[in-house]
Design a binder for this molecule. Structure first.
Ligand code: BMA
Length: 337
């Protein structure tokens, strides 16, 4: 039996595993939860992140505007499934309160650390890199220093400090559709200065993640280690395919991988994953967890067109990852050279 180390979340969205299924992650049967043309001026919402807030849910959503520029929109939901979006994109300010809008912003993550919420996304910094903002009320979003130089994507903050330091995963990239990519970790005492960089895990010999990988949902604390849902990418004669993978990282030294599932947890098979603006993409960005029941709900972008929801329990997924774990030498290492 594995245990989640997080608050209880009695209203977590949930559906039992379908009878006859043995999948480690099973889809919500009414997926996708966010359809096309979700609000005026926005053609598609996908790759988005949600967290519990004031006994309901709040999230930052990647909205692809009808001019093709991605931006982040705020959404609220009572049940984590039906979402209402603010019509205006999030308005960011600098620490003086002056407007500080990124040129574009995509693939946001949202994480609470102590009493503050952090949105982290990919943006232009003379090339694609990571942007961050903090908020305490979801009204004022104050930009922080950009943590990394270009090129970088898929930054995911841990939900608590580790060894007294903020800890973030990221995926150094190139300026295009990056044909490589490993997950690295960096730490900071103050969210301004980042260092103590470590390699966490690389693409692998498993075909579904043989081109590149990237952090997905903020790591979930369990008594076995940090449970990480990430994306793994393979190349086909018809382009990239994005699947959801799972790993468990050491609780105190999370650059050491304890278990890594050689099988994908979920790969595109449904129409909303296989057909869309970019076909064959399952791109996790957030997960909710309930310590009482062990339930986990994963939010993932589908085909760069929709948001989908999938479920598991900590027992199921940790058991499956452990039973199918295959580690490489570099997974086991501290990741320092
Ligand atoms: C990646 C990111 C994601 C996207 C994926 C598939 O490089 O840009 O936003 O979902 O490609 O197009």
């Amino acid at each position: 039996m594995s245990k989640l180390i997080c608050p209880a979340l009695p209203n977590i969205p949930w559906q039992d595993r379908p009878v006859g299924s043995s999948a480690p992650l099973w889809r919500y049967d009414a997926n996708p939860i966010i359809p096309r043309d979700p609000l005026p001026g926005v053609a598609r919402i996908f790759n988005s992140a949600v967290i519990p807030y004031e006994r309901a849910f709040i999230g930052v959503f990647r909205g692809e505007q009808i001019n093709g520029v991605p931006y982040i929109y705020l959404g609220r939901s009572g049940d984590g499934i039906h979402w209402a979006f603010e019509p205006e994109k999030i308005h960011f300010v600098d620490d003086q309160g002056a407007p500080a809008q990124p040129v574009y912003a995509y693939d946001p993550r949202l994480v609470q650390v102590e009493d503050t919420y952090y949105a982290i996304w990919c943006q232009d910094f003379y090339g694609a890199s990571i942007g961050m903002a903090k908020t305490q009320d979801f009204k004022t979003f104050t930009r922080l220093e950009d943590p990394f130089i270009p090129f970088n994507r898929n930054a995911v903050l841990f939900p608590r400090k580790i060894g007294g330091l903020y800890t973030m995963l990221s995926r150094p990239s190139d300026s295009s559709h990056t044909p490589f990519g490993d997950i690295f970790l960096s730490q900071s005492p103050d969210l301004t200065f980042w260092g103590r960089h470590r390699h966490v895990m690389g693409k692998s010999s498993h075909w579904w993640e043989s081109v590149k990988i990237g952090g997905g949902a903020a790591p979930i604390e369990t008594d076995e280690g940090w449970l990480l849902f990430y994306h793994g990418v393979t190349g086909t004669c018809n382009g990239f395919v994005y699947s959801i993978g799972g790993a468990i990282l050491d609780i105190d030294e999370p650059s050491r991988v304890l278990y890594r599932c050689q099988n994908f947890l979920l790969t595109p098979t449904e129409w909303y994953e296989e057909r869309g603006f970019v076909p064959n993409v399952c791109f996790p960005c957030a997960a909710l967890a309930d310590s009482e029941t062990g339930r986990i709900a994963v939010y993932y972008g589908c085909a760069d067109s929709y948001v989908g929801l999938a479920f598991t329990t900590v027992d199921e997924v940790v058991g499956y990852i452990k039973a199918n774990s295959q580690l490489s030498e570099s997974d086991r290492e501290l990741g320092k050279r």
